[in-house]
Write a protein that binds this ligand. Sequence first.
Ligand SMILES: Cc1cc2nc3c(=O)[nH]c(=O)nc-3n(C[C@H](O)[C@H](O)[C@H](O)COP(=O)(O)O)c2cc1C
Length: 438
Amino acid sequence: MEMEHTSRINTPLAQALTLPCGAVLSNRLAKAAMTEGLADADGVPTVELERLYGIWSDGGAGLLLSGNIQIDANHLERPGNVVIDRKPNRKMRTALAAWARAGTRNGNHFWAQICHAGRQTQKMINPHPSAPSAVKLGLPGGQFGEPLELTIDGIKGIVQRFGVCAAAVKEAGFTGVEIHAAHGYLLSQFLSPRSNLRKDQYGGKLENRARVLMDTVGSVRAAVGPAFPIAVKLNSADFQKGGFDFEDSLQVARWLEQAGVDLIEISGGTYEQPKLLGIAGIEEEEDQNVATSTLIREAYFVDFALAMREKVSLPLMVTGGFRQRRAMEQAIESGGVDLIGLGRPMCVDTDAPAQLLTGLDELKRYENTLALLPEWMSFLTHFDMIRSIAGFAVQYWFYAQLDSLGHDGVAVPGLSVFAASRRVIAQQKQWMSVRART
Ligand SMILES: Cc1cc2nc3c(=O)[nH]c(=O)nc-3n(C[C@H](O)[C@H](O)[C@H](O)COP(=O)(O)O)c2cc1C
């Protein structure tokens, strides 16, 4: 939704940010990574992705992060992910370059988020995905298969492939990479003592659980050189009993700083405990040892950033829940947060950053008005299975907005959650059938 941009206001959100590698972001607002599902059946970027990122580039953010790009075609986070699992051929190189051009057309940064989904790969993609250990996701509904424990050679191959992917996006014209080590995907699975039961050098104490992540950072840095931004998206905690907790996160943040990472994006949660979206999971949440401030209630992870700031000095980005400009400004002014990540608002209000920089006070909270079930049936969400389905369906509403922006250049905020779910399910089926034929 493009709007007339009037004059800029005086706000800390408009300040530039220089990263340790020397790159400069023009302001403090970033579009957070959101999976688009718009690649073709070979995982190659399409004109729909170009259209979507061109629109976002026009929207005023200093930084755009891509949705998660997979480094293994057998481990998609969802149908339609971009996949770079080898040195790109000509078709892939051309498509990546066109996507990077569209996403940087206003001079903003555009970073590729790179990922391996591990056990959070849906069964329809892979019934036996690779994971640190053979520990199945604890979710109802049978959407996820039985993972297989990775061999040491398998792990080394993955670390190397992250480097190949990073080199490819750099060559294509992306201006940075973000390694996805949050939200319960493979690198996050390695960090968690619940999903990583290994007895070798990749399991047990934190140093071992963090080994794959640290090796991945090394592999990516070797591929892109010293002057190219590398970010890591890291959970403040998984918020699960016996899981990766905030103490662990602080230690990993210190190691990442020592390894020369340029930015940590703080998020939290997994599919089992979707704190990243501010949603309660099925299991009981584990409280974390962090001082609670009353500074900014709406943002889910600001207190963690303030505490992390005491231990590390690299730039911190915080994503999740930010909607009020004043809250974003306070986060920056506190010194604990350097960059604000915006997710769901950007699915409809694609120029939200430009609007905030010209004085808009508050972004819309679409998530608060969306529900799969009518109000009178909401008691059903007490049941685990139904709550889980309802949570996915609301997520599908945001997917449908991205799909519409990619195809038609406009969002469809009037779409019902039910209609959006049907649209996304039909699109995924279609994608799967094309993939089966190729
Ligand atoms: C539609 C959608 C897709 C998402 N895809 C990704 C993704 O690919 N990678 C990622 O790190 N986070 C992903 N997230 C999480 C967002 O980056 C962000 O952490 C979350 O939406 C919270 O921010 P918000 O409250 O501003 O929406 C996704 C969220 C949504 C709503």
